[in-house]
Design a protein around this ligand. Structure first.
Ligand code: NDP
Ligand code: PYR
Ligand code: MG
Length: 561
């Protein structure tokens, strides 16, 4: 593996041998970061005491990648492919990341959405008896700091953590939500080159209100209802403080898939104190804004001239809406309050509006305008005449033919983003959006869909997923030792992402770059965000590199032997 010897935080590539000094023989082969399987050269086999532990053949990493892909393709079910890839990560992590980064488009659905959703639903059944991250239980209150010492790596710089309450659009999965931090951090490495040994997935087991899990004899988490109130906040606080104490003030903490009754409060409390962000609120906001900015190339309409309607007013909806309002504010100089007036939302009770102020959750209040209440999406599209329709509702098929036809009647190129995950929750498919808009829709989805042939043209649905944002933001944080992640960073990340879309993607009606280019895209996002961290005095790695992009590129992990 490439890399320099021990280096100051964030300044240089790493050497894996730092993590397992002196390992030899059987232990080397049982250590995922060191195992190369048939990739060990004869000289290494002699030197490391591996003779006899391997058959005589040797394979280059590229050959192993090819064989792995062949085996992956032979697996018949999506969940089998997920388990196969996770098992590979457990035995040879270099090969795992080589496979993921060389075949991102093909492999990502089996590591991330949609299949990670099914994997979380069945996590207790497919649990593989190897540590993939930390399981921190409410029973461990008071001891979390010492439990962090049980993780074998000390130089952790990125933590993704969940309490499992809102896993994709699949609801409360309790401890089984662990699949999400594991999958997200795999993308930190595969999509942005954050070193795998610097990433730590964490699930906070605060119980579950999912009755099926509570009744399941094989559920691997605590069988009790969720911790709430001050005890819950104290537990989350103890974890965050323990992480900062052990790993330092620039360890980056990503909140993931918390329920919205906790997510906003925790974010507002912690974002002023530590280096953290909530991916569902902020990362999603950035990817959606990037899509809207990109769509201008197809619609000719600038962000400030759009009228937005959201189906879903939760974390994702409120986060996207607020960042779009900020973008309009920057473009026009209008007050945020003015900018929010062109953004409307529906929740499960219909249009968010002034007449409902008494019952609305805090995060919806700013978007409760003085308009008449309507109860359903089609009526809202008819009366409000949006130019952009964004689905973050978990309500499958809600963008039905009548809704999309109405959008198309009002707009030459309606922008339609069906962002709910996993695939089963998508508000519509690209095929439906293209068919019902006669090929005019500028479409993106949260989970991946194949390109669609429509009237002789190949239309490519972009994957409007925060996976275009969080790996780059994480890389920036690691590279510059960020002490805070702010909404401005997300705006900057969105602008940087929007600039990476090549013309051939626009020609296919797509507003996101190719997943195959994600490492370069993440590098651009990371460079823009890190530059902002230096500009705002929120970087701790000094001095600031003269050529920031070249520096960040130089620290990106490349899976190789
Ligand atoms: N593409 C991406 O990158 C991302 C996608 N997502 C996806 O977005 C979806 C929502 O996530 P998130 O915002 O965090 O979840 P939340 O639970 O915070 O919000 C869900 C929202 O949908 C509304 N809703 C639920 N049912 C209906 C209905 N029948 N009609 C109208 N609105 C409804 C809820 O209404 P109410 O407020 O009344 O309960 C709520 O406002 C999930 O599927 C998630 O996977 C999330 C993050 C990133
Ligand atoms: C993508 C993501 O973060 C979600 O669906 O929750
Ligand atoms: Mg999420």
């Amino acid at each position: 593996m490439s890399g320099a010897a021990a280096a100051p935080r964030g300044t240089s590539a790493r050497d894996d041998s730092e993590d397992y000094p002196g390992s030899r023989g059987y232990t080397t082969m049982k250590t995922p970061h060191q195992n190369k399987g048939l990739g060990f050269t004869m000289a290494e086999r002699e030197a490391l005491g591996l003779k006899g532990l391997l058959p005589p053949a040797t394979l280059r990493l590229e050959e192993q990648v090819e064989l792995t892909m062949q085996e992956l393709r032979r697996k018949s079910s999506a969940l089998d492919k997920y388990v196969f890839l996770q098992s590979l990560q457990d035995v040879n992590s270099t090969l795992y990341y080589a496979v993921l980064s060389r075949h991102t488009y093909e492999c990502m659905p089996f590591v991330y959405t949609p299949v990670v959703g099914e994997a979380c639903q069945k996590f207790s059944q497919i649990y593989r008896h190897t540590p993939q991250g930390l399981y921190l239980s409410m029973d461990d209150r008071g001891k979390l700091r010492s439990i962090l010492d049980n993780w074998p790596m000390d130089d952790i710089r990125a933590i993704v953590f969940t309490d499992g309450e809102r896993i994709l659009g699949l609801g409360d999965q309790g401890i089984d939500g662990m699949g999400i931090p594991v999958g997200k951090l795999a993308l930190y490495t595969a999509c942005a080159g954050v070193h795998p040994s610097q990433c730590l997935p964490v699930v906070l087991d605060v119980g579950t209100n999912n009755q099926a899990k509570l009744d399941d004899p094989f559920y691997i988490g605590h069988k009790r209802r969720r911790l709430t109130g001050p005890d819950y906040d104290a537990f989350i606080g103890e974890f965050i403080e323990a992480a900062v104490d052990k790993y330092g003030k620039s360890v980056m903490l990503q909140f993931e898939d918390f329920g919205n009754s906790n997510a906003f409060r925790l974010l507002y409390h912690w974002q002023e104190k530590v280096c953290c962000f909530n991916d569902d609120i902020q990362g999603t906001a950035a990817v959606a804004l990037a899509g809207v900015l990109g769509s201008t190339a197809l619609t000719g309409t600038a962000v400030e001239d759009h009228r937005f309607l959201f189906l879903g007013a939760g974390e994702a909806g409120a986060g996207i809406a607020e960042l779009i309002a900020y973008a309009i504010h920057v473009e026009t100089g209008k007050s945020m309050e003015e900018c929010r007036k062109q953004i409307f939302m529906l929740d499960s009770k219909g249009l968010v509006c002034e007449s409902r102020l008494h019952e609305l959750q805090h995060h919806k209040l700013k978007f409760a305008h003085d308009v008449e209440h309507v109860g359903d999406l089609l009526s809202a599209v008819k009366t409000l005449k949006p130019t952009v329709l964004i689905g973050v509702s978990t309500l499958p098929k809600s963008f039905n033919q009548a809704v999309i036809e109405e959008m198309s009647a009002n707009n030459k190129r309606p922008v339609i983003f069906a962002l709910s995950n996993p695939t089963s929750k998508a508000e519509c498919t690209p095929e439906e959006a293209y068919t019902w808009s006669n090929g005019a829709a500028v479409f993106a989805s949260g989970s991946p869909f194949e390109p669609v042939k429509f009237k002789g043209k190949t239309l490519v649905p972009g994957q409007g997923n925060n996976a275009y944002i969080f790996p780059g933001v994480g890389l920036a944080a690691v590279a510059c030792g960020a002490t805070r992640i702010t909404d401005l960073d997300m705006y900057i990340a969105a602008k940087a992402l929007a600039k990476t879309v090549p013309q051939d993607r626009f020609d296919a009606s797509c507003v996101y770059p190719k997943l195959e280019d994600i490492r370069e895209v993440s590098l651009k996002v990371a460079t823009a965000v890190a530059a902002n961290k230096y500009a705002t005095g929120q970087a701790s790695v000094m001095p600031e590199p003269k050529d920031l992009e070249a520096h960040i590129r130089s620290i990106m992990y490349e899976p190789r032997y």
